[in-house]
Design a protein around this ligand. Structure first.
Ligand code: SF4
Length: 698
């Protein structure tokens, strides 16, 4: 039966950092079809999530009225076991009552304990304008820099290494630069699952003859297109990458002229990697010395080489060191600053780049300007009319620890779900339950919202106007396709309502006004006005004129560092925080599935995606399953020092012997009950990709 839509809206996909442009067909205020548009990142392509994962927006569990916790309801989330009946825990409230109650609890804490007793988590799924307002509220209104979001669980270590090495945390080239590359390294990333449209560019480049090198402890289907598929031992990235650097130096494959002009730290690197010969590192990383030498030669000698990486690199206690090695590879070979070359950490959520740019980070104001810099702070103090906190705030995991220590007692969480996404989930949920006052703003009663005192029903991606910045640094305009359900309200309006109630004189007529204020504080958005975005829909930053194209390739003429040079920081080989032993003999790694996005709040409420991947799974190699005397297709318990889950055991040859993979989207078997909260010292990112684990047949 043909469906004739009432309207057709051009907007964006709400899921990953690729930022596909979509055309949404609406009938009777419901989305009936989504097609790809000819956006610069997707050229009409969409993946299964973008095409079919839209019906969560009208799921019957959407929050449509403000909720206030009943006085006698426990805060520990135990009642969550009965999600069909939240009314034992919450009662419906009017907007006035809910907003007053939300703001009163925050104000009481500000007045009684000071700003440092509060914290806020914003969201990488929200727009740039929401991110900007949220961090402004925390800094100007609460008086603290305790504001963070899921970048801390994603690429914080990559950003730390990039800021230190090349002076910018964003990608140096878009992923579409694969079109012009002769050699591509994809390391610690599974783009066919997590950035599927980007993966199509990598496959096409390989098909036309570019050398594809895929490095991943798990096998993956991109390896079918690769000249080299390196299934290295988990946690040994530095050994493998330093062996490549050793080869490049030993065989004089580095670009001396480029190093002289553009790089500092080369001599220290030379000294550091002396002991990292491929022959010595082969046993450490599990890749033969000849292969390590071959891939090093391919990368260094190809005219144009580019590196893409993901959370397999970043989510380690040595994640920053892993990224430092990638930066060193690019700097010593001059494989950066030209078309077809570069450094590209594939960003996860649809707006994790933009939310980070807009200042949802505890160390920096918008555009990564340090909160500890008095001159920068003075600029914001002038603009915002108050003295600002001169100290860095706490990060996501540190905030949970600070709650346990009694240092933080009130939080505002917008669109994040730390009860599912934080490591050592029992510890994180106990922290949320300990708060005196928790305000959660979301579209569903998430696992985090069950701990809240006030729940504010907010807007889904398909219901809002706003800008979103994808992994390519493309600032794109999202448009509303649907009306808000029930009494749900726009996220940006709710932040403003809270701000006014805690005493701030905030007045914004619309999202465009918020964008204009934000852009006035962010040189990276120079020449990208709201009017231009309405007109052009997508502009890459930095742009150099009001109508010219943005700059796709960065670092063509040096680096935005103090010296103008790229800085090499040599990395040592450090062990993971927790290694297998007799009690926990296997290695646990966690991640995403093609069909389910992050904590599953959206995709598990999408009928088609949920039908494809309906059940919680733990995945092992059939050989390891036999060795451990387990049975595939039956339930197992997966146990670490922090907790245990029950999931169906699935066999998959992609998972190496000695490993277990658990996706983190299933609330009934939450992977993060198991994960290790130990942090990388620089990026403060937890070790999601490695801990010791045991699997038992149920
Ligand atoms: Fe959406 Fe990412 Fe898929 Fe594109 S690749 S359709 S942005 S999930």
């Amino acid at each position: 039966r043909a469906i004739y839509p009432d309207k057709v809206v051009d907007t964006l996909c709400p899921f990953c950092g690729v930022g596909c442009q979509t055309r949404v067909y609406v009938k009777d205020d419901e989305i009936v079809q989504v097609d790809g548009r000819n956006g610069p990142a997707n050229e009409n392509r969409l993946c299964v999530k973008g095409r079919f994962g839209f019906d969560y927006v009208r799921h019957p569990q959407r929050l449509t009225k403000p909720l206030i916790r009943r006085d006698d309801a426990p805060k520990d989330g135990a009642m969550m076991l009965n999600p069909a009946n939240p009314w034992e825990v919450f009662r419906e409230a009017s907007w006035e009552e809910a907003l007053d109650h939300a703001a009163l609890g925050l104000s009481k804490t500000i007045n009684s304990r000071g700003g440092s007793a509060l914290a806020g988590f914003g969201s990488a799924k929200g727009s740039n304008e929401e991110a900007y307002l949220f961090q402004k509220l925390v800094r100007q209104g609460f008086g603290t820099n305790n504001v963070d979001h899921c970048t801390r669980l994603c690429h914080a270590s990559s950003v730390a290494a990039l800021m230190e090495g090349v002076g910018s945390g964003a990608v140096s080239a878009p992923f579409n630069a694969a079109d012009e590359a002769d050699c591509m390294i994809v390391i610690g990333a599974r783009p066919a699952q997590n950035h599927p449209v980007a993966a199509t560019y990598f496959k096409q480049a390989a098909k036309r003859g570019a050398t594809l090198i895929v490095m991943d402890p798990r096998g993956q289907n991109l390896m079918r297109h690769a000249k080299y598929g390196l299934q290295f031992k988990p946690g040994t990235d530095v050994a493998m990458l330093n062996a490549m650097i050793h080869t490049i130096i030993e065989e004089n494959l580095y670009d001396e002229q480029y190093i002289q002009a553009n790089v500092e730290g080369f001599e220290a690197l030379k000294e550091k990697v002396k002991d990292f010969s491929p022959e010595a590192m082969a046993a450490v990383c599990g890749i033969e010395a000849d292969t390590l030498r071959s891939v090093a030669r391919e990368y260094a000698t190809s005219p144009r080489s580019i590196i893409f990486w993901g959370m397999g690199v970043s989510q380690h206690v040595h994640g920053t060191d892993n990224a430092r090695c990638l930066i060193a590879l690019a700097l010593i070979t001059g494989q950066v600053g030209r078309p077809g070359t570069g450094l590209h950490p594939l960003r996860g959520q649809n707006n994790v780049q933009g939310a980070s740019d807009a200042g949802l980070i505890p160390m920096v104001f918008p555009d990564y300007k340090s909160v500890e810099d008095a001159d920068i702070r003075a600029k914001y103090e002038d603009a915002w009319g108050r003295t600002l906190d001169p100290a860095r705030g706490l990060t996501v995991v540190e905030i949970m620890d600070a709650i346990h220590e009694g240092k933080i007692s009130a939080m505002y969480i917008m669109g994040e779900n730390p009860a599912m996404s934080d490591p050592d989930q029992i510890h994180a949920r106990e922290a949320l339950a300990k708060l005196d006052h928790l305000v959660v703003q979301d579209i569903f009663l998430t696992e985090t919202a069950w701990h809240a005192d006030v729940v504010l029903p907010a807007s889904a991606h398909a219901e809002k106007t706003g800008t979103f910045t994808n992994t390519n640094r493309q600032v794109q305009l999202g448009r509303p396709a649907l009306d808000l359900p029930g009494e749900a309200r726009q996220d940006w309006e709710l932040i403003v309502e809270i701000a006014r109630r805690i005493g701030l004189d905030w007045n914004y007529a619309d999202v465009g006004e918020v964008y204009t204020e934000m852009a006035s504080m962010m040189p990276s958005l120079d020449h990208i006005s709201w009017e231009r975005l309405l007109r052009e829909e997508c502009v890459t930053y930095p742009a150099t004129s009001d109508d010219g194209p943005g700059t796709e390739i960065l670092f063509a003429r040096g680096f935005p560092t103090k010296s103008g040079k790229g800085k090499i920081v040599p990395a040592d080989l450090l062990p993971p925080d927790e290694v297998p032993d007799d009690t926990y003999p296997l290695v646990l790694t966690t991640g995403r599935l093609l069909e389910h996005w992050h904590t599953g709040a959206m995709t598990r409420r999408s009928a088609m995606l949920s039908a494809i991947e309906p059940e919680a799974i733990a995945v092992m190699n059939p050989h390891e399953i036999r060795k451990q005397d387990l049975r595939a297709g039956e339930p197992v318990t997966v146990t670490t020092r922090r907790g245990s889950i029950t999931a169906l055991l699935r066999e998959d040859r992609e998972v190496a012997d000695g490993m277990v993979f658990v996706p983190f989207c299933f609330v009934e078997a939450p992977a993060n009950r198991l994960t290790n909260p130990q942090l990388d010292p620089f990026g403060k990112i937890p070790e999601f990709k490695f801990c010791a684990v045991r699997v038992d047949q149920l």
